[in-house]
Ligand binder design. Structure first.
Ligand code: SF4
Length: 540
């Protein structure tokens, strides 16, 4: 057992096995085996019987095998706690609340960094937790310094904060760790409204933080949740505030709630989203900062390479590219989708070259030349402040909404070909994805190589019964949503013999949903074959 004087520390640093069940259920299995052993007898040390209430992994090199896109991602959640109580917080009634929240401690951070392999982008498994306020972690700056020592040139991102701890001294210390990138909540630029909405205190500090970040050359995404208790004019003012403060992007999360977070719906139907959408479309041409609307397919259901905005001071900005342009070709090569365009732009950038675009603007074709990207010394805030490496994934500053996953439709076609015996095929999609999906199917049908048996396919949307509320994002489905929907279809006389579901509702490589249930349960309960179609999660 932990020595008595260190017991509290050990308990703080323990992790609940359940929070690993999505990424690595084998840890649960090890825990259960140990529990069986524990029940069979007594563990003894030289001093006498010991209470066994946990275990630690040996041979961490073996366990360092989980994909972590960035060095920050290898740390997992920095803080599971938050001191604000936003009216709209996704944490109320969250699916992960069954496990105690944690704050990442220094020693665990050091171990995680030690075992992170930046080349292979692999690290230790991390527990799933709701992200809270990172500056509640008193060791945060020390952990970030350790990250900087481990990866001297890496961008320190994944820093999401409500900003109320970002006073002048904290921002100055953060700036010493550049390149860093922050996502910070504004919600309202009016301190009184912000205080009423977020209930976290220190709202003046939170609002002042935006200009401090600008002064110190730290780029940031400013975030707004236009909750219905905030007047529409205030939402517009807040967007203009972030535009004037030179945000990298302005993220607008269309208000969502679940039946767990809000047992009584705070608003009904699409009316609030429609009003917001109309206001956003009206002011967008006047802004110099791209808007990132989430879910991104609400306002624009488009497969083509539609430019959704241009980052200030980027090559695309200086070349005059603007919101609404559609990219037809890159360097003479036709591009059909955003994925195609992004792939070509990344290729050009990796070669250290500019790009010649053919675009469609107001029905006319035009040529736009993007200059080669910037050098590390160039100071082009917020696109690439001095000392930041230009990143090919920044696409010369072109902002696209989430690409439609055409490759998922191609994968779906492959799976269907592998099951020629299937006579009725149900394909699950989402409210927002359904129209796009049908468009993509139509496009693929024009290609003789695909030859899909369309008359056998039924495209269908499973309601979000578990979360309820106004949730529309498919990644937030759980296995029981699909089971109940398929049972409902069966009652109506439709019995598929093959069901295709986007894989993005599962986590990790074990095919488990956010409640820890395997997608194979759908197959067991419904009694027909279920296949996951590889699909990337949408940006949230
Ligand atoms: S700041 Fe974020 S995590 Fe904290 S209460 Fe608000 S929404 Fe929730």
């Amino acid at each position: 057992p932990a020595p008595a004087n260190l017991r509290a520390k050990f308990l703080r640093e323990f992790q609940h096995m359940g929070s690993y069940q999505y990424l690595e259920p084998r840890l649960l299995m090890i825990g259960r085996l140990l529990e069986c052993l524990r029940r069979m007898g007594v563990f003894l040390s030289a001093q006498g019987p010991v209470t066994v209430d946990g275990f630690r992994l040996k041979n961490l090199s073996y366990w360092a095998r989980y994909h972590c896109e960035t060095v920050m991602g290898s740390l997992g959640c920095l803080s599971g706690y938050c001191n604000a109580r936003c009216e709209f917080c996704f944490r109320y009634g969250s699916m992960f609340q069954r496990f105690p929240h944690r704050i990442l401690c220094r020693s665990e951070a050091r171990t995680r960094l030690k075992y992170y392999d930046p080349e292979a982008k692999k690290g230790l498994p991390y527990p799933v937790d709701d992200t809270g306020e990172i500056f509640l972690n008193r060791a945060l700056l020390e952990i970030l310094r350790a990250v900087r020592a481990r990866a001297p040139e890496a961008l320190i991102d994944d820093l999401t904060t409500h900003g109320n701890f970002l006073d002048a001294e904290t921002v100055r210390r953060l700036a010493e760790l550049k390149p860093v990138f922050v996502v910070i909540s504004l919600n309202s630029a009016d301190p009184a409204l912000r205080a009423r909405l977020m209930r976290g205190g220190r709202d003046e500090v939170g609002i002042r933080a935006f200009s401090l970040l600008r002064e110190h050359g730290i780029p940031y995404i400013g975030s707004i949740v236009p909750w219905p208790t905030i007047p529409l004019e205030d939402v517009e003012n807040s967007i203009r505030f972030l535009d004037a403060a030179e945000a990298y992007l302005i993220r607008i999360c269309l208000p969502s709630f679940t039946r767990h977070s809000h047992p009584t719906a705070p608003f009904k139907g699409w009316e609030h989203w429609e009003k917001l959408g109309a206001m956003i479309e009206r002011i967008r041409p006047e802004l110099s900062t791209p808007l990132l609307i989430q879910p991104s397919w609400y306002l624009r259901r488009e497969i083509r390479a539609h430019v959704d905005g241009v980052i200030r001071n980027s090559p695309a900005f200086h070349a005059g590219l603007r919101f609404g342009d559609v990219i037809l070709s890159v360097q003479g090569k036709a591009v059909l989708t955003r994925q195609d365009a992004a792939g070509e732009l990344v290729r050009r950038r990796r070669q250290g070259r500019g790009a010649r675009l053919m675009i469609l603007r107001e029905g006319k074709r035009r040529r736009v030349d993007l200059a080669e990207d910037l050098r590390a010394a160039d100071d082009c805030y917020p696109y690439k402040p001095a000392g930041y490496q230009p990143d090919p994934r920044m696409l010369f500053g072109i902002h696209f909404i989430d690409p439609f996953p055409l490759d998922s439709v191609v994968a779906m076609a492959r799976i269907i070909r592998e099951h020629p015996e299937a006579r009725r095929i149900a394909v699950m999609t989402t409210v927002l994805g359904e129209g796009l999906f049908r468009k993509a199917l139509g496009l693929l049908m024009q290609s003789p190589g695909f030859n899909l048996p369309l008359r056998k396919i039924r495209v269908t949307v499973a309601p979000h019964r578990h979360l309820g509320g106004n949730i529309v994002v498919g990644d937030l489905h759980v296995a029981s949503d699909y089971i109940e929907h398929l049972e409902e279809l069966r009652r109506l006389g439709y019995r598929p013999d093959l069901v295709l579901i986007p894989s993005s509702f599962t986590m990790g490589e074990w095919g488990l949903d956010a409640l820890g249930r395997s997608y194979l349960d759908i197959e067991r309960e419904i009694g027909c074959r279920v296949e996951l179609v590889p699909t990337r999660p949408v940006k949230m």
